[in-house]
Design a protein around this ligand. Structure first.
Ligand SMILES: Nc1nc2c(ncn2[C@@H]2O[C@H](COP(=O)(O)OP(=O)(O)OP(=O)(O)O)[C@@H](O)[C@H]2O)c(=O)[nH]1
Ligand SMILES: [Mg+2]
Length: 451
C-alpha cells in the first residue's frame, strides 16, 4: 500500500492482498445401517465445496483504502459430508468490491483489468468437496472404505492497482493551474492554493461541453526527476495511463529555475521515462494565467519553438480561452482510441471453470539424496487422500501406476527399499506384492511419517 510523504492517507491506490479460497469439505465414509435393510451399502456423502473469492467493480468505491486496511481475504471452507448421503455445506463466497479501473496483478503480470461496474472476476476458486464412499462403489467393491479429503483452496498474493478512468489528463509543474482548470470546467472542487503540491491525490471531474461530456483527471504536480522519486514522484502517473488525451499546462512564470520552455521538455521526458504509452499519447499545450502580462510573451515564444504542437492560451482563473480548449478536446477525443492496459483473451465472466492444473510430475532428488516427486497435480492428488484408510492407500497406488509414477521411478533406477518422498510424505519402494495388500498392481508400500 502506498502511504508516502505528503500523500493523503485516505487515498490509497495500491494494495497487496492475501487471498485464500475455501478448502472443500472431506467426504464421508459410512454405511447404511437400518433395521430390515440388510447390506445397506455405502452412504457417505460428499464434502461441500470451498468458498470462492471474487472481485466486483462498483462505482460506489473510489479508492483501495478499505481493501488495503483489510488485506487478508479468506473464504470459508466447505463442511464435511455425512452419512445418509448428506452433502456438506458449501463455504461462503467472498465478494470484494473494487473501484472502476482496478488492475489485478500477480508477480507483476496483469491478470485482469476491471473497468465496468458489475464486472466480476474470480480471483481464487475454492476447492471441491471430497467424494464420499458412495462414489467408490463398484461391482467389484460394493463396500468401499474409501473417501476423499477436500481439495485445498487456492492461496494467492495479489497486487491491486487503481488506475482511474479518465478521458483527459492534466499534467504540468506544480502551481500551473491544473486544479483551478478542473474546478472551472467541471463540478469538481479540488483544493487550490498558491503553494506547490497543493494536490496530493488525483481528482476527477465530469466536463460537459456543447452536448459532449468527458472525464478529466487532475494529478499532483510533476517536477524534474519525478521518475526517480523527486517531489511527489511519478506514483500518480499511472492514473493517466488510460487517458486518451493529455493537456500539459504551462505556467508562464515558470517553476523555480525552470523556464516555461524547459518545463515543456522536462514534463515530456518524465512522461516518457514513466511509460512509453504516455509518450505516445496526443498532447495539447496550454499556457495558463493569461491574465498575467508574461503569458502572451511566453505563448508566442512557445508557438515559435514548438511549431508542430497545438498551443492554447488560457486563464483557468477567469475562464478566458478555456472554451477554445474544450472545443479542441471534444473534437479530438472521438478520434483517439482508448488505451487498453490489458487485453483479456476471454470475455469477463461471472463464474470461471477451475483452470486445469498442469499434468505430470517431476522426478528429482532432494538435498539428502532421496527421490522426490513434485508437480501441482500430484500435490493435489496427495492432499485429497485420506491416509487413515488402508483402502484409500491402495487406490493411491493404483493412481500412481496410472499416471506413470511407477514407470518413471523405475526408469530413474529406483531400487527396492529406497525411500521416495512425495508431497512431504515418505514411501518405501518395493517390487514385491505385499502379502497383506492383495492388489496385483500395488507397487508402493508406504511408510507414513508425521511432519
Ligand atoms: N493569475 C492567475 N492565477 C491563477 C490562474 N489559475 C490558477 N492560478 C493560481 O495559481 C495557483 C496554483 O493553482 P492550482 O490550480 O492549485 O495549481 P496546480 O497546478 O493544481 O498546483 P499543484 O496542485 O500544486 O500541482 C493558485 O494560487 C491559483 O489561484 C490564472 O488563470 N491566473
Ligand atoms: Mg492542484
Amino acid at each position: 500500500m502506498s502511504r508516502e510523504k505528503g500523500k493523503n492517507a485516505d487515498f490509497i491506490d495500491t494494495a497487496k492482498v492475501y487471498i485464500r479460497a475455501g478448502t472443500g469439505g472431506d467426504g464421508c465414509s459410512s454405511f447404511r445401517r437400518e433395521k430390515f435393510v440388510p447390506y445397506g451399502g455405502p452412504d457417505g456423502g460428499h464434502g461441500g465445496r470451498g468458498g470462492d473469492v471474487f472481485f466486483e467493480v462498483t462505482p460506489n468505491v473510489n479508492t483501495l483504502t478499505e481493501i488495503a486496511s483489510h488485506p487478508h481475504i479468506f473464504a470459508t471452507d466447505g463442511s464435511p459430508g455425512k452419512g445418509k448421503q448428506m452433502e456438506g455445506l458449501s463455504g461462503r463466497d467472498i465478494l470484494v468490491y473494487v473501484p472502476c479501473g482496478t488492475v489485478v496483478k500477480a508477480d507483476g503480470k496483469v491478470l485482469a483489468d476491471l473497468k465496468t461496474p458489475g464486472q466480476k472476476y474470480l480471483a481464487a476458486k475454492g476447492g471441491r468437496g471430497g467424494r464420499g464412499n458412495v462414489s467408490f462403489k463398484t461391482k467389484f467393491n460394493t463396500a468401499p472404505h474409501i473417501s476423499e479429503k477436500g481439495e485445498p483452496g487456492i492461496k494467492l498474493e495479489l497486487t491491486l492497482e487503481l488506475s482511474v478512468l479518465a478521458d483527459v489528463g492534466f499534467v504540468g509543474f506544480p502551481n500551473a493551474g491544473k486544479s483551478t482548470l478542473l474546478a472551472r470546467i467541471s463540478a469538481a472542487r479540488p483544493k487550490i492554493d498558491s503553494y506547490p503540491f497543493t494536490t496530493l491525490n488525483p481528482n476527477l471531474g465530469v466536463v460537459r461541453h456543447k452536448g459532449s461530456s468527458f472525464v478529466a483527471a487532475d494529478i499532483p504536480g510533476l517536477i524534474e526527476g519525478a521518475h526517480s522519486g523527486r517531489g511527489l514522484g511519478d506514483q500518480f502517473l499511472k492514473h493517466i495511463l488510460r487517458t486518451r488525451l493529455l493537456i500539459q499546462l504551462v505556467d508562464p512564470l515558470g517553476f523555480k529555475d525552470c523556464t516555461p520552455e524547459q518545463s515543456v521538455r522536462v514534463i515530456a521526458m518524465e512522461l516518457k521515462k514513466f511509460h512509453p504509452l504516455l509518450a505516445k499519447k496526443p498532447r495539447l499545450l496550454a499556457v495558463t494565467k493569461s491574465d498575467l502580462p508574461e503569458a502572451n510573451k511566453v505563448f508566442y515564444a512557445l508557438t515559435k519553438k514548438f511549431k508542430k504542437q497545438k498551443i492554447f492560451l488560457i486563464s483557468p482563473f477567469t475562464g478566458a480561452g478555456t472554451q477554445k480548449l474544450l472545443d479542441a478536446i471534444i473534437r479530438l477525443l472521438p478520434r483517439i482510441k482508448e488505451t487498453e492496459l490489458f487485453a483479456p483473451k476471454k470475455a469477463p465472466c461471472t463464474r470461471l471453470i477451475n483452470k486445469p492444473l498442469p499434468k505430470g510430475f517431476i522426478v528429482g532428488r532432494s538435498a539428502d539424496g532421496m527421490f522426490e516427486l513434485t508437480g501441482e497435480k500430484l500435490l493435489k492428488i496427495m492432499a485429497m487422500v485420506n491416509f487413515a484408510q488402508p483402502d484409500s492407500l491402495n487406490r493411491l497406488r493404483r493412481i500412481f501406476k496410472l499416471i506413470g509414477v511407477d514407470k518413471a521411478l523405475k526408469r530413474h533406477g529406483v531400487t527396492a527399499g529406497e525411500t521416495v518422498r512425495i508431497a512431504g510424505r515418505e514411501f518405501e519402494w518395493t517390487e514385491e506384492i505385499q502379502r497383506n495388500r492383495p492388489k496385483k498392481n500395488a507397487k508402493f508400500a508406504y511408510k507414513y511419517e508425521e511432519h
